[in-house]
Design a protein. Sequence first.
Length: 335
Amino acid sequence: MRSYHLSHSGAGLAGLTVRTHDAPVPGPGQALVAVRATSLSHRELLVLEGSYVLPVKPDVVPVSDGAGEVVALGPGVEGPAVGDRVMATLFGVEHLAQRGGSLDGMLTELAVVDADSLVPVPAHLSYEEAATLPCVAVTAWNALTGDAAGVRPGDTVVVQGSGGVSLFALGFAKALGARVIATTGGPGKAVRLRGLGADEVIDYRATPDWAAEVRRLTSGRGADRVVDVAGILHDSVRAVALAGTIACVGFVGRTAEPLDPRALFASGATVRAVAVGSRAQFTAMNEVIAEHGLRPVIDRVFPFEDAPGAYAYYAGGTSFGKVVIQGAGSPAGIG
């Protein structure tokens, strides 16, 4: 079997190599999964450049997100069966153990995974689609539903840009009955966001003060919830309604203005840091995906042999939706 390895966090693409190994054998409580597809998220770029916030072991098999088929079980496994189509949660059963970081990830032909970490693939999804769910989809679901208030029908939700979390948040928010205002950086992406169900789209290049535009579109009230993926809390506070919620998911913008504590206090908003979610949230999300027939947005699929090309393409920042790496020898489009 073949696996990709990253020599160390911060090694960049030059540190990504493929090796051949003997097939692993699952131990007690473990399952052996033939990985049919993996997907990239911003997390993988952070690991590659050495700025990921959690530990990354040397020589790690990278990539947290993957889907595949159970091909063998270790002793004492209850639940998954050989032949099941499954995804692995990003976090393992131990506290803060994460795939593609302190644990080996999914960019491999065969992965040994704790059986308790496996979640069934929704029946209507292909392996390529399912591989997009464990990190950004669960994060988006948590951002919308993981607090006491949650998104309710009639709420207004703001999503930022067209990255994975934002596109999933758009689809989930619409399924939950919310009105969605999306921000983006150009007319082409604005058209695609409307096609995915966004009720309003703000081009922040044409309208730099997008927070004021959110207020205008909500008759001065502001949004009930802002899913902030860019770390622009200063503007998100201006866009959120009194006592609304800001789900702080990331900081891809990296040029954020300082957050004025007086503005935050005046808003009465709750700012909640969101880092993926639990297995229970993953399962609840999958129920909604199945009920509404939701499908992830995939920009491009690369072969296993060109995983470095997938990384380079994703890092270029031009993708709309997820970048997927197909498993070696994997049949396409199973669903």
